[in-house]
Design a protein around this ligand. Sequence first.
Ligand code: VAH
Length: 313
Amino acid sequence: IILVLGASGQIGNELTQKLRVLYGNNHVIASDIREGNKKMMASGPFEIIDATDKETILATIKQHKVTQVYLLAAILSATAEQHPQKAWDLNMNSLLAVLDLAKEKHIKQVYWPSSIAVFGPNTPKINTPQNTVMQPSTVYGISKVAGEFWCNYYHEKFGVDVRSLRYPGIISWNSKPGGGTTDYAVDIYFNAIEKGSYQCFLAKNTRLPMMYMEDAVNATIQLMQTDVKNIKNRTGYNLAAMSFTPEEIASEIKKHIPEFKISYQPDFRQQIADSWPASIDDSEARSDWNWQHKFNLSTMTKDILTNLQKELL
Ligand code: VAH
């Protein structure tokens, strides 16, 4: 039985749906601090759980005989800059609670998402390697670096089977993100369909590593299903698919919506984006457990616009 903490979030929502398809609706307990969307609430068991509340998580584990926990509850980069203490508390205390439950043998396996936000301004920006300088300049990035080392510590010291991926920016049409810096690449599609224009909060040449949600969800499940002997990294595997700028995604959209207009109004999130790599080397994930992305900018754009046109029009 799987428990997803943070199931109402951008990744948690899609991950829960995919896990339910694979394992059966009643084998995946969804939970979050607030209810999920209609589809989530109708497709299987849901519980209101504060991901930092170890006792409640333990009670749920016992009640449903949970063996795996996916911890997707977090405060993302932009919101974390506005509420540093809250972000640190949620991002760290939820991880430590779940790692302790695994150390105490209440669960067998943990998934915890890291991020390319672990890298900072003095990290090599092109094809950033798996092992390199990590001096994040954001609260979110600090919490992710700390989290990576806690995961590795619990694995080395207590044998906890915790697995982690450094997600790039993740783009979805089905669930809206909240509080991220890469969210412009989600908002742009909704605006292109609904308004035919978009004011981008990052500068036009801001290149960032990005990935379609379907690839991110598949990578997560693939990592959790791979034989333990293939896992050589217990901090967080670099994971990549593509890199693009706002200008490039806008011109891809114009191939489908020729009259689409974009303008640029960088805000405080520009500084966050500028501290991150432009592209990521994920060769270790590809060699250790056969990771392979499927979507690039043009196939992702086609898939999103087709789905949104069905949904919104
Ligand atoms: C954010 N989507 O923007 C997240 C992610 C690398 C970006 O960590 O904060």
